[in-house]
Design a protein around this ligand. Structure first.
Ligand SMILES: [Zn+2]
Ligand SMILES: [Zn+2]
Length: 346
């Protein structure tokens, strides 16, 4: 509510809460630190916040591992003992393990793979890969930070401090940019996690329904332990009984159902972008350009996506990158030892 509706300068109830949470609490926290530790205390907190919010760091990856590994082990501990059950076979124990392992595999590759970093050794090859459309990508520009030419469709990532070829976005979940080098692995990452959540939802629901059938919960009579009062089954009483006995499994299943909706929608959106050969970064650039044309009284529909080669070729470009890109891996390998050398030297 605060993020979507709050205005720190407004006067509604939500605005006042926004002011308290976003301005008041940090101010009080920093003032306390200043009193306790002087300027040094606030400087340390500022540098931590800068690192956590504006630099590439593993905090969200650790959170991801906590959720996925924790969720899987919750299933193993509280769901697997009921398999095989009346509605589900024991083979899904192995199915769950395979789905979980494949998710960790796609996460690891998408996180570790070079997204297509532009540097001196490959800048010319990168520039020759896509033509400049002269609208959202203009020829001859240099990145002031990397001091390399800016290839069409590339962008400088301020989190990682590198320019990336065919830059899509910086993904905090994989702690890496999504670019030409790992775009397909990012899509595999989304597909496998969407599948894991849908599969987890189905398995969880079938285990829980199986428990209701096996224990004949709708035919049972329920006794209040305190008053001794007897109740016949209803949806509400069966739900309360299940919640009391299977709370963690129900929570993990609910998490899977919510995340299924989010991930299926997000995966479909990214597949749509791949089919249209537009990166997330380009969607913002096209939108800004359209707005600029509208404001200057020109027709915005004159903007053409010159990189769109038809759905089949667009998918091929993402899932089977051209030979040039396979070399990036080698170039990146060449670059890494010098970086390590520098680190060792320092
Ligand atoms: Zn750059
Ligand atoms: Zn990045």
């Amino acid at each position: 509510m605060i993020l979507c509706c709050g205005d720190p300068e407004g006067s509604t109830c939500i605005d006042i809460i926004t002011r308290c949470v976003c301005i008041g609490v940090p101010w009080a926290f920093k003032s306390t630190l200043k009193v306790l530790f002087g300027d040094k205390g606030t400087e340390v907190v500022d540098s931590w916040m800068h690192y956590l919010l504006y630099k590439n760091n593993p905090s969200i990856q650790i959170f991801y591992l906590f959720i996925v590994v924790g969720g899987y082990f919750a299933f193993v501990t509280f769901g697997y003992p009921y398999m095989p059950g009346p509605l589900i076979s024991g083979a899904h124990k192995w199915g769950g393990l395979v789905a979980f392992a494949v998710c960790l595999f796609t996460f690891a590759i998408a996180s570790l793979k070079d997204p297509g970093i532009v540097h001196r050794a490959n800048e010319k090859a990168c520039v020759s890969q896509f033509p400049y459309d002269g609208v959202i990508f203009v020829e001859g520009k240099k990145c002031p930070t990397c001091d390399t030419l800016k290839p069409a469709r590339s962008k400088h990532c301020s989190m990682c401090d590198v320019c990336v070829v065919r830059f899509d976005h910086h993904c905090v979940w994989i702690g890496n940019c999504v670019g030409e080098g790992n775009h397909r692995w990012f899509i595999y990452f989304l597909l496998t996690h969407a599948f894991l959540c849908v599969y987890g939802s189905l398995v969880g629901v079938l285990i829980l329904l199986g428990q209701i059938i096996e224990r004949q919960l709708f035919q049972a009579v329920y006794v209040d332990a305190v008053t001794g009062e007897r109740f016949s089954a209803s949806y509400s009483i069966v739900f309360q009984y299940m919640l009391a006995n299977n709370a963690i499994l129900m929570f993990v299943t609910l998490l899977c159902i919510i995340m299924s909706a989010v991930l299926v929608a997000f995966t479909a959106y990214h597949l749509f972008l791949v089919a249209a050969n537009v990166t997330t970064n380009e969607t913002f650039k096209y939108r800004n350009e359209r707005r600029r044309l509208e404001l200057s009284g020109e027709r915005p529909d004159q903007i053409q996506n010159i990189y769109d080669k038809g759905v089949w070729e667009n998918f091929r470009e993402c899932f089977a990158p051209q030979e040039l890109f396979r070399n990036y891996h080698l170039v990146a390998e060449e670059k890494r030892p010098t970086q390590r050398g520098k680190l060792k030297g320092s």
